[in-house]
Ligand binder design. Structure first.
Ligand code: 13P
Length: 247
């Protein structure tokens, strides 16, 4: 079964609408392969700016609230994101887990709401350095997947394995390490869902992805693309990562 590679940009709290628009114009002008899907998650305010015009890219958000609507000052709903042109939403990013105390149970509620609203969830999972050193990596990933995906059809989800120790540190996982963990995630998906879902679900790697690291990572049969932070902020650098899919 062949999964079409996805290269996703998580811009975090970077780029205004104007800057996002300039990036999209620049990337659009480059020679892009039709064999790869390019996803971009800009800020909430940049979303309607970049989705106003037709582009070859898929746009999404970096977070959302689990309720339909209500007295939640400063929050944003799935329906608002859809209306702003989002097709996917990143959920469970380690920065949300660590800085905003998001738990697996909360991420599960958000994920359910996203699927209900026809937003494709991009679920992030990953262990901390401490958890890896203690030999708990597999246990952590299994728990994160099992709780977040309870009663969810796995076919409607994309997973990003982002070891916390690799995010923004310049220390990407080795291709072999990523392949090993992605295979492990597939075994969990098979346990909680269905063998076929486990095979169909795209699993991206995230954490200090650069053009150099990307080529070797994408050669692994179970690495279906990347979720890129810092290196996605520059259109040329991001383009070089995209090119790593078909070297
Ligand atoms: P970096 O690519 O900057 O390490 O960030 C990865 C990430 O958090 C993507 O969601």
């Amino acid at each position: 079964m062949s999964r079409i590679p996805i290269i996703a940009a998580n811009w975090k709290m970077h780029k205004t609408g104007t800057e996002a628009k300039a990036f999209v114009e620049q990337l659009k002008g480059l020679d892009l392969s039709s064999q790869v899907r390019i996803w971009i998650a800009p800020s909430f305010t940049a979303l309607p700016v970049v989705t106003a015009k037709k582009t070859p890219f898929v746009f999404g958000a970096q977070n959302m609230h689990q309720a339909d609507e209500g007295p939640f000052t400063g929050e944003i709903s799935a329906r608002m994101l859809k209306d702003a042109g989002a097709d996917f939403v990143i959920l469970g990013h380690s920065e949300r887990r660590m800085l905003y105390q998001e738990t697996d149970d909360l991420i599960h509620l958000k994920l359910k709401k996203a699927v209900e609203a026809d937003l494709l969830p991009l679920l992030c999972i990953g262990e901390t350095e401490h958890e890896r050193a203690a030999g708990h990596t597999e246990r952590v990933l299994a728990a994160q997947l099992t709780v977040a995906l309870k009663d969810i059809n796995c076919a409607e989800v994309v997973i990003a394995y982002e070891p916390v120790w690799a995010i923004g540190t310049g220390k990407a996982a080795t291709p072999e390490m990523a392949e090993h963990m992605h295979l492990y995630c597939r075994s969990i998906l098979a346990d909680i869902g269905h063998e076929r879902w486990a095979e169909q679900t795209s699993i991206l790697y995230g954490g200090s992805v650069t053009a150099e690291a990307a080529r070797a990572l994408f050669q692994q049969p179970n690495v279906d693309g990347a979720l890129v932070g810092g290196a996605s902020l520059n259109a040329q650098t991001f383009y070089q990562i995209i090119q790593g899919v078909n070297p």
